[in-house]
Design a protein around this ligand. Structure first.
Ligand SMILES: Nc1ncnc2c1ncn2[C@@H]1O[C@H](COP(=O)(O)OP(=O)(O)OP(=O)(O)O)[C@@H](O)[C@H]1O
Ligand SMILES: [Mg+2]
Length: 344
């Protein structure tokens, strides 16, 4: 979004629980993931809209990059969270050259950041709701955050050729792997550890994006509280098979599911209330948190929509680290969208 695109990009998704690295190629309409790796982290390096990677994390990333033998120096990194904002605005019909000025004016009304310290971009949509107006996505990112991400990549000996908003990367991955989605309007929740990227695509085009501050950590914290365990112990319980769960874990996961479901239902209601022209036909879920037992069922019950786990395994050839294949298909969508950014 913010920098020039390039060839052979390394997708670099900085999640709250792990960094995902992906190198992929599109050949005769099929997607081939050539390399994929995850760098687990003890602590989210992003806090209150700032990223401060520790020396230990930089070292871990460098080791991973040399182990992966990634030759490309160019990286496409994702940005998300409270320093980034995406909003669809309706503006009067005008020449493309005039849109940028109009967008600055719109941004003054909608963007909660100081415009003097913001990188502002826009994307004109194909979506047409009224004959005499244009639909445009306004994208704003706080420039200090973008600089910090850029610096992080430089510290790894790489060049940040492109910085994309994670939700755009997600939409890129979804529309490429589900080419010509069978439904006109679909939503996707990428349920991570601390946040959920919520996007809506209409005819394969991103029309709505919001980061909801909740994810799989909510369940882990419920287990921690209920059983008096450490975070790591609670994570291990959560990922163990349901048959091994004591009753307190069942109850804790149920309350985690309720917390997540309430927030995501609120976000869907917000979308439907502010975009009544669209009928949400299908909702996909992905991200590590999507695999919490009972969560899909709880969401279906609350949202009363057709829902399923995003499955792009039959559309993507994977030859990354074999031990991470499942994890890639569970939570690698953003990194894939970033790696494929060059072809947009
Ligand atoms: N099998 C599983 N069952 C339940 N939860 C799981 C499972 N596997 C992973 N998770 C949870 O998924 C979350 C991590 O998912 P993911 O890798 O998508 O997040 P992230 O990208 O690091 O975080 P964020 O998107 O919030 O920045 C963690 O909360 C983890 O506990
Ligand atoms: Mg994530």
């Amino acid at each position: 979004m913010f920098f020039l695109g390039s060839k052979n990009l390394l997708g670099f998704d900085i999640g709250a629980s792990k960094i995902k690295l992906c190198v992929a190629q599109i050949k005769s309409n099929s997607i081939h993931v050539k390399k994929y790796f995850e760098i687990p982290m003890d602590k989210n390096p992003i806090h209150q809209g700032e990223i401060h990677p520790t020396d230990k994390l930089i070292q871990k990333c460098k080791v991973a990059l040399s182990k992966l033998k990634i030759k490309s120096k160019k990286v496409c990194a994702g940005v998300a969270g409270s320093s980034v904002m995406v909003k669809r605005v309706t503006i009067p019909l005008m020449e493309d050259s005039l849109i940028h000025e109009q967008i600055r004016w719109e941004a003054e009304q909608y963007i909660p950041f100081d415009l003097g310290s913001v990188i502002l971009e826009h994307k004109k949509l194909d979506l047409k709701l009224q004959p005499d107006s244009l639909e445009v996505l306004l994208v704003a990112a706080q420039d200090h955050f973008v600089m910090q991400v850029n610096q992080f990549i430089q510290n790894l000996g790489k060049t940040c050729a492109c910085i994309d908003v994670s939700s755009f990367a997600l939409s890129n991955a979804l529309s490429r792997t589900y080419k010509g989605l069978p439904h006109k309007t679909v939503a996707l929740f990428d349920i991570g550890a601390e946040s959920t990227h919520f996007i809506v695509l209409h005819r394969d085009e991103l029309i709505f994006s919001r980061d909801v501050p909740i994810g799989g950590k909510a369940h882990t914290q419920e287990i921690e509280k209920a059983m008096g365990l450490s975070f790591q112990e609670a994570e291990a319980f959560k990922k163990a098979s349901v048959g091994e769960w004591p009753e307190q874990v069942h109850q804790a996961v149920l309350s985690g599911n309720k917390l997540v479901t309430d927030q995501l239902t609120g976000s869907i209601e917000f979308f439907l209330n502010t975009s009544s022209q669209f009928d949400l036909e299908k909702i996909y879920i992905t991200g590590g948190g999507a695999f919490t037992p009972g969560l899909l069922e709880a969401l279906k019950l609350s949202l009363q929509k057709e829902m399923e786990i995003l499955n792009f395994s039959d559309r993507v050839k994977y030859s990354g680290d074999p031990s991470l294949k499942n994890s890639f298909f569970q939570s690698g969508a953003v990194s894939l969208g970033l790696a494929l950014r060059k072809d947009k």
